[in-house]
Design a protein around this ligand. Structure first.
Ligand code: NAD
Length: 254
C-alpha cells in the first residue's frame, strides 16, 4: 500500500484518480474546499497551511506521491482567485510537503493544461507568479482576462515544476506534469455554460483530432501510470493527454 495526498479530490479528474488509487489498495488523503479528509480553502495562506499540517498529521511516515489537482476555470472571478488556487497554492503545498516526499522518495504530479503553451512564458503575469509575488501577480491578473489567468497560472506552475525538478530529483523526489485537454467535469460545465467562452470551448472540443473530448477516466489512467513504479524514470516531463490537440496546434514545438 502506498500513501498519496492530493488536492481537489472531491470532483472531476481528482475524484476519478482517487477512486483508481483506492481501488489499487492505496491510501489517499484528499484536501478540498467541498469534501475530503481535510477541508481547506487553498486560495488563502491559512488554508494552504491547514492542508499541509493536516497531511503531515495523517501521513507522518512520508508520502509516495502528491497530486496538487485543485483548480479553478477561466470563468472564476475575481481572476486573482485563479492565480491563488492554480499557482500559489500548488507551489506552497508542494514546498510544504517536500520533507514528507523525501522520506519515501515520492513523486509530485502537477496538473497543467494544454492551454499552458497558449501564453508566452515572458508574459508579465507568468513572470510575477514565478517571482513568487502573490500580491503583484493578483494585481496584474485582475486587469487581464480569464484565458490569461487560467493559461498563465498553468504555464507558470509547469515552468516552476521544470525549474525545480533537478533540485528535487537530487533530494530523491521526481516531479512531472500531466497536461489534459478538454475533459468533461464540473469545471468544464462552467466554461461551456459561459456566454463568452462557451462557444469557443465548443469549437475547440469539436476540433479534437481523436474525435471526442476526454472523460476524467482518460486523464486519471495516465496519471495513475505516471505515479506508478513503471514510470519511475520520468522526471521533469510534461505529458499532453489531449486527444492530439497540442500536436495539431504546435506540431514543431516540443
Ligand atoms: P473540478 O472542478 O471537477 O475539480 C476541481 C476541484 O478543486 C474540486 O473538487 C474543487 O472543489 C477543488 N477546489 C476548487 N477551488 C478550491 C479551493 N479554493 N480550495 C480547495 N479546493 C478547491 O475540475 P477538474 O476538471 O477535475 O480539474 C482538476 C484539475 O485539472 C484542475 O487543476 C484543472 O485546472 C485541470 N484541468 C482540467 C481540464 C478540464 O478540461 N477539465 C483541462 C486541463 C486541466
Amino acid at each position: 500500500m502506498r500513501i498519496y495526498a492530493m488536492t481537489g479530490g472531491a470532483t472531476g479528474i481528482g475524484a476519478e484518480l482517487k477512486r483508481q488509487l483506492q481501488t489499487e489498495g492505496h491510501k489517499v488523503i484528499s484536501v478540498d474546499i467541498k469534501e475530503g479528509d481535510i477541508i481547506a480553502d487553498l486560495s488563502t495562506i491559512e488554508g494552504r497551511e491547514a492542508a499541509v499540517d493536516g497531511i503531515k498529521r495523517l501521513a507522518a511516515e512520508g508520502l509516495d506521491g502528491f497530486i496538487p489537482c485543485a483548480g479553478l476555470p477561466p470563468v472564476a472571478r475575481p481572476l486573482s482567485l485563479i492565480a491563488q488556487v492554480n499557482y500559489f497554492a500548488v507551489v506552497a503545498t508542494v514546498e510544504g510537503l517536500r520533507g514528507l516526499l523525501e522520506k519515501k522518495k515520492g513523486s509530485v504530479l502537477f496538473v497543467s493544461s494544454n492551454s499552458a503553451p497558449m501564453i508566452a512564458a515572458d508574459d508579465p503575469f507568468v513572470q510575477t507568479c514565478l517571482a513568487g509575488d502573490e500580491e503583484a501577480a493578483c494585481a496584474e491578473v485582475d486587469g487581464r482576462d480569464g484565458h490569461t489567468a487560467y493559461a498563465g497560472s498553468k504555464r507558470a506552475a509547469t515552468i516552476w515544476m521544470r525549474r525545480h525538478s533537478v533540485e528535487y530529483a537530487a533530494a530523491g523526489v521526481r516531479m512531472n506534469a500531466v497536461a489534459p485537454g478538454i475533459t468533461m467535469t464540473p469545471l468544464t460545465d462552467r466554461v461551456f455554460a459561459d456566454p463568452e467562452l462557451g462557444q469557443v470551448m465548443q469549437e475547440f472540443g469539436d476540433s479534437v483530432p481523436v474525435g471526442r473530448t476526454a472523460q476524467p477516466v482518460d486523464i486519471a489512467n495516465t496519471m495513475r501510470f505516471m505515479l506508478s513504479d513503471d514510470a519511475n524514470y520520468l522526471c521533469g516531463s510534461v505529458f499532453f493527454v489531449d486527444g492530439g490537440s497540442d500536436a495539431m496546434m504546435r506540431a514543431d514545438d516540443f
